[in-house]
Ligand binder design. Structure first.
Ligand code: 5AD
Ligand code: SF4
Length: 467
């Protein structure tokens, strides 16, 4: 099934090439395209898939939204402000399209899986040419062809899919690192979260497909990978021949030439001792773990349907720290969930203090319609803001304690880019994820360099090359 679908889409790419050429001839120039990504790493990876097809069709990929002939917004709907951002950006593009009607606009991603959004687009955003969702992204080439052939608005949204289509072109943002989907969707139904509704049920890719993709990437110069899934700890449970996430990691570890392995996101309820052991024994898994707590209050965790307690979480952290002593821990926290009291927030702050996170992404609860918590009685905004500030202060104080703990040490840095502000410097990352700047040139991009971390500057280090 998948192989046939891949072939079908490759045929559509060929058809698109011809249409694209015609459009370029008519415009008297090479047409360009820009993909705007909102949201998480999953979306970033999806955008690379879109860009891969666009490049194959012939489009010039540009970073400049203001001159692009075709703009695609890959949307996020995790919190309401993500939705508002899109409407703002669409509004400004509309002005450009009024004076140049040949500009094409497409919308895709999580927000498009919400029926109320589609209704609004049909009514208010008729100038958008193409709309599709998360489940049919694999047929982008086909949709693109339909858009090129048609003058009317094309909307194609699927409620779900079982399909995983392999081997379509991908255009990576970085030559030396890459995200890799190991599973799609989520079965957890945390009561605040819209993801299970917009990304569908959990589906794992076959280990052999994942390994093959990584081997190909490594042959193409990739040294660091980020395994992506909404809940990587439950990877493999629904495969015909079930495999655990730890087993998958052990197989990936064996790939020669691959240097660093990262993964996200982990759900505390499914994080196994086998995984902790695998992290302990691994030479390639980075010393970094993102383990969302959401709340430290058992009462709120229950209402959130998280299926673990504060005590269970703290015990997990203890085991992880014991196994991998210098691990960098990060988390997600939601403040203002319905019914949350000052005491509940105190429990969250207690976890922040006890764990001592390297960083915690702290969010104000945002009502998502259709989720169970969306129907609960909501808290007063001013109260929530006050509680949010309390949590943020604790998070910042704990993170500050971590600043500089590696000062004076020599650590391996994977160089990612020329420094944004000073072209005589380069910027890279440590295994734990911390950013390091040091003198060097663009020829170092993608290579590992030993760097003495001379000076801690808040969240990053300034260093010098030692080898
Ligand atoms: N409101 C606020 N934050 C949310 N998140 C998920 N849903 C919501 C919501 N409705 C946060 C969680 C999750 C992160 C990706 O986004 O903390 O881990
Ligand atoms: Fe990613 Fe969730 Fe946002 Fe979709 S809704 S882009 S899965 S964070």
């Amino acid at each position: 099934m998948s192989v046939n679908e891949t072939e079908r889409q490759l045929e559509y790419i060929e058809l698109c090439k011809k249409e694209y050429q015609k459009a370029c001839d008519a415009a008297g120039k090479r047409l360009s395209c820009h993909v705007v990504t909102f949201g998480c790493q999953m979306n970033a990876r999806d955008s690379e898939k879109l860009a891969g097809i666009l490049k194959e069709v012939g489009y010039e990929l540009t970073e400049d939204e203001n001159t692009a002939d075709f703009v695609i917004f890959n949307t996020c709907t995790i919190r309401d402000n993500a939705n508002q951002k899109l409407y703002g950006r669409l509004g400004s593009l509309y002005h450009r399209k009024k004076s140049n009607p040949d500009i094409k606009i497409a919308l895709c991603g999580c927000m498009m899986q919400e029926p109320s959004v589609i209704e609004l687009i049909r009514k208010k955003y008729k100038y958008v040419n193409l709309v599709f969702g998360t489940h049919n992204l694999f047929k982008f080439a086909e949709l693109l062809y339909t858009m090129m052939e048609s003058d009317s608005q094309i909307i194609d949204i699927w409620e779900k899919t079982d399909e995983i289509v392999e081997d379509l072109p991908v255009e990576r943002k970085y030559s030396f690192k890459s995200g890799i989907n190991i599973m799609y969707g989520c079965n957890n139904f945390c009561t605040y979260c819209i993801v299970p509704y917009v990304r569908g049920r959990e589906r794992s890719r076959e280990p052999k497909d994942i390994i093959r993709e990584i081997e190909k990437l490594v042959a193409d110069g990739v040294v660091e990978i980020m395994l992506l899934g909404q809940n990587v700890n439950s990877y493999g449970k629904n495969l015909e021949n079930p495999v655990t996430f730890a087993e998958l990691l052990q197989d990936i570890e064996k790939i020669e030439g691959l240097k660093r392995i990262r993964f996200m996101t982990s759900h505390p309820k499914d994080l196994s001792d086998e995984l902790i052991e695998t992290m302990k024994n691994s030479k390639k898994i980075c010393k970094q773990l993102h383990l969302p707590i959401q709340s430290g209050s058992n009462e709120i965790l229950k209402k959130m349907n998280r299926r673990y307690t504060k005590e269970h979480y703290l015990e997990l952290v203890r085991k992880i720290k014991e196994a991998v002593p210098d691990i960098a821990l990060t988390t997600d926290i939601i403040v203002g969930f319905p019914g949350e009291t000052v005491e509940d927030v105190n429990e969250t702050i207690d976890v922040v203090r006890k764990v001592g996170y390297d960083n915690a992404f702290t969010f104000i609860y945002s009502v998502r319609s259709g989720t169970p918590a969306g129907d609960m009685e909501q808290l007063d905004e001013a109260f929530v803001k006050e509680q949010f500030d309390r949590v943020l202060k604790a998070v910042q104080e704990e993170a500050a304690k971590k600043n500089g703990i590696l000062s004076g040490k020599v650590e391996e840095v994977l160089v990612e880019d020329v420094n944004e502000h000073d072209s005589s410097m380069v910027t890279g990352r440590l295994s734990g994820g911390t950013v390091v700047h040091f003198p060097g040139g663009s020829e170092l991009i993608g290579s590992f360099v030993n760097v003495r971390l001379n000076e801690a500057k808040g969240f990053y280090y300034l260093g010098e090359r030692v080898d």
